[in-house]
Ligand binder design. Structure first.
Ligand code: UDP
Length: 478
């Protein structure tokens, strides 16, 4: 790493190639660019192509969001033959081997063309990046894209400080971790639950901590006011600095009014705003399960019938890839359902979620509780109904209901989906009852605090300034 001289610091931001990881890291990249930092964002060739296709014909604010950020591509190593593979071990291994090599070439090129890299901010899923940073003698920042509660849980399990079984080898009913509320098994991230069927992913989430001591900084997409006890409890172990919620600025801090959309969508966004404009304030239920979860046919049917019975307007995102081998006859059901609810609802393949959540006619959010969607609901002041599917969503749902008190949680059982009656009843509770008013009040409280964290002088804003100062100092001393 060369000395900085008159140059801007140059931060390379490397997300895991998935929507829920690219979004916060792109918003972080924008915060850096606004503070006079040169940023290069790394995407795999496949993801870059998908982003380009998604942006074709998109509104100007979606495409302009990226104009100040340079995007470099690397290979994910997947040949056309194995593109559709679900073998997680193979995907991760190829990304490490082939992606790692092509990433090294990108760093070499950037350095040789005079854009000397000052720091690599890497997604904690990519646990091999610190070795590459070391090779180039560049400091690295470990970036955590989930909640600090989940950071603490995984760390305590990774180190063996907390175990799922007691001394007698019996599964504990309650898991106790400093700074967190008591958690029962169903509150834990699904990979740590006894029913976990993804051993590779459990390995991935725990091994994130393997190279953590090599990272110079640890950053997280949360904010102090939201997870004070969780953050403080990690201070004596591996302290994390929060720099979130990382969401388009126009909807939160307003520091950059141009930033109305994250700009990293992997699917074309539908124009549902015109439809929302025709609805009165707080009358629409927004439903989305994020970018990865494949909702079972049975669950789609129960949600559909619950929505219909609630008689509230709904805007429902059903991704184009919902239709897999297990779900192959769901389209017939949906066709009939949409015909029957044409005056009540709109179904789209993808939408600009932050614009939707902040639209005055949206009254609540039915969510899988991915961490981004959770932060987005809190930052938009919306009450939620949670139907968690897997990974950290179960823990986020627990917090939504019992800690932040902004929603109702419906848990799937092992035997089946959340039922239509529960869906209908919970929607009506949130949209129509005193309890719903209380949930909304709590959500608005978190919205105020989220904004406070990100505006000038707020806790996360100060942490971003601190990080840049650190990067500059190290680059200058080098
Ligand atoms: N999202 C979106 N449009 C949609 C659905 C989702 O822009 O129609 C965004 C959403 O705002 C969030 C991300 O996709 O930023 C999903 O991330 P999350 O962590 O909630 O869930 P994941 O996709 O990782 O399961």
């Amino acid at each position: 790493m060369g000395s900085l001289g008159q140059q801007k610091p140059h931060v390379v931001v490397f997300p895991y190639p998935a929507q829920g990881h690219m979004n916060p890291l792109m918003e972080f990249a924008k915060r850096l660019v606004c503070r006079n930092v040169l940023v290069t964002f790394i995407a795999t060739e496949r993801i870059r192509e998908q982003m380009k296709q998604a942006q074709e014909g998109a509104a100007a604010h979606v495409t302009s969001a990226l104009q100040d950020i340079r995007i470099e591509t690397i290979s994910d190593g997947l040949s056309p033959d194995c593109e559709k593979t679900k073998d997680v071990d193979m995907i991760l291994d190829l990304l490490k081997k082939v992606g790692g090599l092509t990433f090294e070439r990108v760093i070499e090129r950037l350095n040789s063309q005079g854009d000397t890299v000052s720091c690599i901010v890497y997604d904690s899923f990519l646990d091999w990046v610190p070795d590459i940073a070391n090779k180039f003698n560049v400091p690295s920042a470990f970036f955590w894209t989930q909640s600090c509660a989940v950071y603490s849980i995984y760390y305590h399990f990774y180190t063996g400080m907390v175990k799922a079984k007691d001394e007698a080898g019996k599964m504990r009913d309650v898991i106790t971790i400093p700074g967190l509320p008591p958690l029962c098994q169903s509150d834990m991230p699904s990979f740590l639950q006894p029913s976990n069927t993804y051993p590779s992913l459990l390995k991935l989430v725990l091994n994130q901590f393997r190279p953590v001591s090599q990272a110079t900084w640890i950053l997280g997409n949360s904010f102090n006011e939201l997870e004070m006890a969780e953050i403080q409890s990690m201070d004596s172990l591996i302290p994390i600095r929060t720099v979130g919620p990382l969401l388009p600025s126009a909807f939160l801090d307003g520091n950059n009014p141009q930033d109305q959309d994250v700009g990293t969508h992997l699917w074309k966004t539908a124009n549902c705003i015109d439809w929302l404009n025709t609805k009165e304030a707080s009358t629409v239920v927004y439903v989305s399960f994020g970018s990865l979860a494949v909702i079972s046919k049975e669950q789609i049917i129960e949600i559909a019938l619950g929505l219909k019975a609630s008689q509230h307007f709904f805007l429902w995102v059903i991704r184009p890839d919902h239709d897999n081998e297990e779900n192959n006859d769901i389209d017939d059901f949906l066709k009939g359902f949409l015909g029957e609810t044409v005056d009540q609802g709109l179904v789209v393949s993808w939408c600009p979620q932050m614009a939707v959540l902040n639209h005055p006619s949206v009254g609540m959010f039915v969510t899988h509780c991915g961490w981004n969607s959770t932060l987005e609901s809190l930052s938009s002041g919306l009450p939620v109904l949670t139907i968690a599917q897997w990974t950290d969503q179960t823990t986020n749902s627990k917090y939504i209901e019992d800690v932040w008190k902004t929603g109702i949680r419906l848990n799937r059982t092992r035997d089946g989906p959340v039922g239509r009656d529960e869906v209908e009843k919970s929607i009506n509770t949130i949209m129509e009852s005193e309890e719903g008013v209380e949930l909304r009040k709590n959500a608005l409280h978190w919205k105020t605090l989220a904004k406070k964290a990100m505006v000038k002088g707020g806790s996360s804003d100060k942490n971003i300034d601190w990080f840049i100062h650190e990067v500059i100092t190290r680059a200058t001393l080098a």
